[in-house]
Design a binder for this molecule. Structure first.
Ligand code: GLA
Length: 701
């Protein structure tokens, strides 16, 4: 990587940030389309904290006290109404929004803004009774009954019509309400559950017909000569329920994605028609949930948000940080944490409580990774209903539980530090590529049950994040030119257009690192008629001769030292004279003995590296050290002690660093130079952090 490339990138970033800074002072520039931060609400704190509140579950006489307690805890956001359909439309076509309007107004009186959820994850009993086709059919052919949630059928036209109507009525009523800042569509997209009925099947078949045009084309791409899978009529094509043709399975996932996208657009369009443009529209996603392609789903949203739950045990800062970065990468924008757990959930194997201070660390980690809002789910448990045991901020008696004070402290800190975060976002030199097509392709044919592509992504993340201290997780199709290093741990589906995109990046000076199983499949989930990495073989100057699922670990040695690989090993053959073998297998199954495991090759102005095995932790560390050094990646902050996470957010003329101590012990962190510590309110060149300790540093140099 040339140093001039780094300099150009740096200058571009600075210019962009200067422009963003100007935009903040000058609304005209804003309107001219400069990069604003859509997650930050004009006229409000740049970072916010809130809770899910269900006024419909309580007598109106109680609301004031709830809101008073929220205000006292410095909460500034409520998300409301996402399960209140039966209250808002008690019978078909009869709407009652007066109570909601009063709740929003009362919240505003306590300086709390409202996000309205459309209630479509919980259609009322009158609706499903009158129109039984709106209820989902499960894989076993049974129609679900009323009384849970996510029971609507995403493909039912009647259901769509009724969803649109309630969203429309809400938008007409609240689209201009100054205290409503935005919308959440549905709730967790009904977990992307599909209805396995005749209509869904017909829609899937029609969609395939539209996509492939001819059955010949479909049969060719899915190689249906295999096992007599050949289709002579579109109506013969089934909904896959497992164990089906890989082409069919991947297309079903894409169809599911588009159905949910269509489902949300049905509501988004009508909200946009009536709501002021200042009101955002988001959807609450679920991290690595893989029911649909999140890059597609988040396209029509103003920004992405997600529900950050630990479940049993304690927060794993790498996994949680990775999931924040994944969410930020959906739209390559800041995001919101729409829900997070107030201590404990009620749905895990052991619903253990977070340690004291842990939730505060989690909340700050969200901000550190680009969130501008963190909301607790939920304010108070309904006295009956499926979630009686879930964590809350107030108890069944309506008074604060011990956890309330931790939220209050964190929310006060948010207010204290908010100005530093205004106009800031995360900017990284390194990107990890995550593709739903590749994930689904591997999931449908794992070859070894031990190959977990998300765990592998995480193992790359751990060391890359530690060394670079700032990392993006993005779609392989995202623009790559600003990155010094791009790593694709399992880019299994790698069609020609994607290969071209990656090659362009490498030709212009980027360093692309591919992990095992990369470049094996086309867009139909079929094998490419080349060896791995498919269209990148020439650029790599080598190819995969054979892959092996491993029963036990294998020795490996070379530039990154000696150690072991597990799970998966690929035997690579080098063709180009200037391709360099970095690692070689030791004695193993005979086939792999002495064969290349890792190869790197200069290409254009850049470099392409292929790692054909799952590295052990020690090797991952040395491999990442090599990648970072070879690509000229620099750390965002500088050395920090083990167990301390440092993150950076960048804005016009300022850099904000967030330090979080996850080590369980006291840690002292030395800064590169003196900075302002916002939480301790002093200037200095080092900070002492107790376990779960947090500090926010502003560097205006
Ligand atoms: C999900 C839902 C919430 C609630 C929480 C409980 O995230 O969106 O309605 O059920 O889980 O943890």
């Amino acid at each position: 990587m040339s140093s001039s490339y780094g300099l150009v990138r740096f200058l571009v970033v600075i210019l962009l940030l200067q422009f963003a800074g100007m935009a903040q002072q000058n609304p005209a520039v804003h309107e001219a389309g400069s990069h604003n931060i859509p997650t930050q609400i004009p006229g409000r704190d740049a970072i916010l904290m809130g809770a899910a509140w269900y006024p419909e579950q309580w007598p109106e006489s109680r609301w004031e006290e709830d809101l008073r307690l929220m205000e006292a805890a410095n909460l500034k956001v409520v998300r409301i109404a996402e399960f209140a359909w039966s209250r808002m439309e008690p019978s078909e076509g009869h709407y009652d929004f007066d109570w909601l309007e009063r709740a929003i107004a009362l919240a505003a009186k306590h300086h709390i803004i409202s996000v309205l959820g459309t209630p479509t994850a919980a259609p009322p009993a009158w609706l499903t009774q009158k129109y039984p086709e709106t209820l989902r059919v499960e894989e076993n052919g049974q129609r679900v009954t009323h009384g849970n949630r996510a029971h609507g059928s995403v493909t039912s036209p009647k259901y769509r019509e009724l969803c649109r109507k309630i969203a429309e009525q809400m938008a007409i009523r609240f689209g201009h309400n100054p205290n409503v800042v935005g919308w959440q569509i549905d709730n967790e997209y009904g977990y992307a559950l599909m209805s396995y009925d005749d209509l869904s099947r017909k829609l899937f078949q029609d969609w395939l017909k539209d996509k492939y045009k001819t059955l010949d084309d479909l049969n060719t791409h899915w190689t249906t000569e295999y096992w007599s899978e050949k289709y002579d009529d579109w109506q013969e094509i089934p909904i896959p329920v497992g164990g089906h043709n890989p082409g069919l399975m991947l297309e079903w996932k894409r169809f599911v994605t588009l159905e949910w996208d269509d489902y949300q657009r049905n509501q988004i369009d009508v909200i946009r028609q009536y709501a002021e443009p200042r009101q955002f529209i988001t959807g609450n996603l679920m991290g690595f949930f893989d029911g649909f392609d999140h890059y597609v789903i988040t396209k029509p949203l103003t920004f992405a948000s997600w529900d950050d739950y630990v479940g049993s045990g304690h927060v794993d800062p790498d996994r949680n940080g990775l999931t924040h970065d994944l969410t930020r990468g959906f739209k390559r924008e800041n995001f919101w944490v729409m829900e997070t757990q107030p201590g404990a959930v009620n749905w895990h194997a052991v619903n253990s409580f977070l340690n004291r201070g842990e939730a505060r660390a989690m909340a700050w980690q969200a901000i550190a990774h680009g969130a501008d809002d963190v909301n607790y789910w939920q304010w108070r448990s309904a006295l009956n209903g499926q979630e009686e045991y879930h964590g809350t901020l107030v108890g069944p008696d309506g008074t604060p539980v011990p956890f309330y004070d931790e939220v209050k402290q964190t929310a006060q800190e948010f207010s204290k530090a908010e100005n530093a975060f205004r106009g800031t976002t995360v900017m990284s030199q390194v990107a990890l590529l995550y593709s739903y097509d590749s994930h689904w392709a591997i999931q449908s044919q794992r070859h070894t049950r031990n190959y977990d592509d998300i765990a592998l992504l995480e193992s790359y993340y751990r060391d890359l994040r530690k060394l670079s201290q700032s990392l993006d997780v993005i779609s392989p199709y995202a623009p790559l030119e600003t990155y010094k290093l791009v790593v694709a741990p399992s880019l299994n589906v790698l069609p020609q257009d994607l290969a071209e995109h990656l090659l362009e990046y490498v030709r212009n000076g980027g360093h692309l690192v591919l992990g095992p199983r990369s470049g094996m499949k086309d867009q139909f989930n079929g094998l490419l008629p080349q060896r791995q990495p498919g269209f990148l073989v020439d650029a790599l100057g080598g190819r995969v001769e054979q892959y092996y699922a491993l029963e036990k670990n294998l020795p490996i040695s070379g530039t990154w030292g000696s150690g072991e690989v597990s799970t998966w090993a690929e035997q690579i053959k080098v063709n180009a004279p200037d391709a360099e073998i970095l690692m070689t297998y030791g004695k193993s199954n005979g086939w792999l003995d002495g064969q290349p495991a890792v190869v790197t090759h200069p290409f254009g102005k850049g470099r392409i590296t292929y790692i054909g095995a799952v590295l052990d932790d020690k090797h991952m560390t040395t491999a990442v050290e090599w990648m970072v050094k070879t690509s000229g990646v620099t750390a965002a902050f500088g050395p920090v002690p083990d167990g301390v996470e440092v993150s950076r957010r960048v804005g016009a003329g300022k850099q904000v660093y967030i330090l979080i101590n996850y080590s369980g012990e006291n840690r002292q962190v030395a800064f590169p130079h003196s900075m302002k510590m916002l939480l301790q309110n002093k200037e200095g060149a080092s900070a002492d952090l107790p376990p779960y300790g947090v500090e926010v540093l502003v560097d205006s140099k």
